[in-house]
Design a protein around this ligand. Structure first.
Ligand code: ZN
Length: 162
């Protein structure tokens, strides 16, 4: 299915880095969180508007490396219009995939985000890729700040057999 994962990965990252989708802020977001990855210096804000159970609008902005920015951009596209529970399922699948615990073929919601599967082989960049998702989860849970160095750091949880 993915003939040239490295090439595709680079192409998608470059595209979203050049033209990040949903970049900016929302005027009156119902949920917001700030995300920090001290290892790389990534610092982003994720804002969303939940209308009932649906992610009506989502935006991100901040200073980050290309991988973090591309991941955030693709995340906003992936969760916009989804229900909160579907978005949370996707957060779980993405983090599991990026940390090498889930084969993207076994992640029913991963779709195009599978281009990030190779990131699990680049330990220095894993936190860059998962920071936006970590931050979105914090926003859903009304936590003001998410950090990849927090106790809930998915990199420190034991790896399963997935
Ligand atoms: Zn980074």
């Amino acid at each position: 299915m993915i003939a040239d994962p490295k090439g595709l990965y680079q192409e998608v990252i470059l595209d979203h880095n050049r033209k990040p989708r949903n970049y900016g802020t929302l005027e009156h977001p119902s949920h917001h969180a700030e995300g920090l990855n001290p290892l790389c210096g990534d610092h982003i804000h994720v804002s969303l508007d939940l209308a009932g159970d649906k992610v009506e609008a989502i935006a991100f902005q901040g200073e980050s490396c290309a991988i973090c920015k591309a991941s955030a951009s693709m995340m906003t596209v992936a969760v916009k219009g989804k229900s909160r529970s579907d978005a949370q399922t996707l957060i779980g699948e993405f983090v599991a995939m990026a940390t090498g615990r889930l084969d993207p073929r076994n992640g029913p919601h991963i779709g195009r985000l599978a281009v990030f599967a190779g990131i699990s082989e680049l330990p220095m960049r894993v936190k860059c890729a998962i920071l936006p998702w970590h931050t979105l989860r914090a926003a859903f849970n009304a936590v003001a700040t998410a950090s990849t160095e927090a106790d809930a750091d998915p990199m420190r949880t034991p790896l399963g057999d997935a």
